[in-house]
Design a protein around this ligand. Structure first.
Ligand SMILES: [Zn+2]
Length: 131
């Protein structure tokens, strides 16, 4: 099951890292994350994030606690920890392609970041505590 894709232009409201894909499938509760009824943690800063719909990402308040991503699911998707580098490079290419896409819907917000790094200089899953 695919996780929700907030949108190529969407940033974490806390740390401003690009989150084109929440990667809810790396948790044990992807269905709730897809439905926008449960948060998962930002893969840069750990803030609990919910995607209530396309183009939107909000910080969740209250319960249940954010679904944690597990090392087991990570390794199913990426092979191992090193596979994250390839995923990140692919995401950055996709962001650049989208930013340069002459056919992009002009009604969509523009792509302001094409590198997967937040305002604190953190990259996705840098120092991440896998469950
Ligand atoms: Zn964040």
């Amino acid at each position: 099951m695919a996780s929700p894709h907030p949108g190529m232009h969407v940033l974490c409201p806390v740390c401003e890292g690009p989150i084109p894909d929440l990667l809810g499938e790396l948790t044990d509760d992807p269905a709730a994350i897809n439905a926008g009824s449960r948060a998962t943690d930002c893969y840069y800063c750990g803030a609990p994030l919910i995607c209530p719909g396309l183009g939107s990402l909000i910080v969740a308040a209250g319960q249940p606690p954010p679904a944690k991503r597990t090392a087991q699911k990570r390794d199913i998707k990426f092979g191992d920890l090193d596979g994250i580098d390839a995923w990140r490079a692919g995401m950055e290419q996709a962001l650049q392609d989208e930013a340069n896409n002459p056919n992009r819907d002009p009604k969509l917000p523009s792509i302001t970041k094409t590198t997967m790094v937040n305002k604190f200089g953190q990259r996705p899953f840098e120092g991440y505590a896998w469950a």
